[in-house]
Design a protein around this ligand. Structure first.
Ligand SMILES: C[S@@+](CC[C@H](N)C(=O)[O-])C[C@H]1O[C@@H](n2cnc3c(N)ncnc32)[C@H](O)[C@@H]1O
Length: 340
């Protein structure tokens, strides 16, 4: 049993080998496809998170932890039981430290040129959504390419004193810990504006800026409803060279219920009015009812209502570490990127 488990873990890790050069934060087990039905294992550097989405392997938990510990010598392993007795996925899942101490659950991970704080005990989300890695890296690449290419609207402004007011601008809606923005700034964005309802989460974003040696610039942190920010930015006539819109499926804020099915596409059209020509717009969702083709088509239609020459650059789901995605509750990503 122990040998079999170690073997399956080693094979699962090996499948993700293409990612090792890029990051030390990745999903190493994604459920049944890796021989672990109902279980995901995420690696955050030398820390590991095991999430049980189904009852299948709960009785083998100790053996799996032992195999993981023998193979990877982790600083810390945290288990999260995400399934209630009625079979519903739990947001406030019981979390246990099964290797190391509670203090060991906090650390940093590397992703391309960036580093991020993680805390495996913070909530069910440790501070970095692994399924968005490829998009974050692309955001950095796109800003690097744009800042090198000096788009026309920047040329006149290049000599002005305050580049933070005049350079490339990025908008990160529902920003969480601002990881997209860290990559945008590392790629050359002068200002990366984060909108999130949680002050605590934005503080973690500020810590991520500091970890990457980035100063905090005026207008970069908006605490409040992302939809209100977009309407305010429209009135102010603000423009951005890249926008990321990656909202939760449902959220409640001051009596307002955000529902991705109802509110996403009107928000996409509003965001499109904030885009500079030559800019890009990435929209994504983990709502399990969305179909990728229809989602990408609807996003393009909404953006085209403002920018008639808009075109879809790509539509995709998770990165290679989420092999077999769609089979677990937290891996049903649809994402598309439109250029205008
Ligand atoms: C799924 S996460 C977004 C993930 C993020 N885009 C990333 O890749 O790291 C959801 C975030 O949306 C925020 N949120 C929920 N409702 C919001 C609203 N109406 N306006 C702004 N932020 C909101 C939450 O506080 C949380 O940080």
């Amino acid at each position: 049993m122990a040998f079999d488990l170690k073997n399956k873990l080693a094979i699962a890790l090996e499948k993700r080998a293409p990612l090792f050069d890029v990051t030390d934060a990745l999903r190493i087990v994604n459920g049944a496809v890796d021989g672990f039905p109902g279980l995901t294992i995420d690696k955050f550097g030398d820390r590991y998170q095991m999430q049980f989405f189904g009852p299948e392997l709960l009785t083998s938990k100790t053996e799996i932890v032992e195999a993981l510990a023998a193979l990877f010598n982790p600083i810390c392993v945290v288990t999260k039981e995400r399934l209630s007795s009625s079979g519903r996925s739990l947001e406030n899942a019981p979390m246990d430290v099964v290797v190391g101490s509670r203090e060991d659950a906090v650390g940093t991970v590397r992703e391309g040129n960036a580093n991020f704080h993680v805390d495996l005990l913070d909530t069910i989300n440790p501070g970095l959504f692994l399924d968005m890695r490829h998009v974050r890296l692309e955001v950095e690449d796109r800003f690097r390419a744009m800042s090198g290419a000096s788009p026309a609207h920047l040329a006149d402004l290049a000599n002005l004193e305050n580049s933070a007011q005049t350079g490339l601008r990025f908008l990160n809606l529902f920003s969480y810990t601002c990881s997209f923005s860290v990559h945008a700034r590392l790629g050359g964005a002068a200002v990366a504006t984060n909108a999130d309802i949680s002050g605590k989460i934005l503080d973690k974003g500020r810590e991520n800026y500091a970890l990457n040696g980035l100063d905090l610039r005026p207008g970069e942190f908006f605490r409040g409803n992302a939809i209100e920010y977009v309407h305010w930015a429209q009135k102010k006539g603000l423009r951005f060279d890249g926008i990321v819109l990656d909202p939760p499926s449902f959220a409640r804020f001051k009596g307002f219920n955000f529902n991705v099915r109802e509110h996403l596409m009107p928000l996409v059209a509003d965001c499109a009015t904030l885009l500079n020509p030559g800019g890009f717009f990435m929209v994504s969702s983990n709502y399990s009812e969305f179909n990728l083709s229809a989602f990408a088509r609807d996003v393009l239609a909404a953006v085209s209502s403002v920018h008639p020459n808009a075109k879809t650059s790509w539509k995709k789901s998770q990165d290679v570490d989420f092999v077999g995605s769609g089979s677990t509750k937290d891996s049903c990503l649809v994402a598309t990127l439109v250029e205008v």
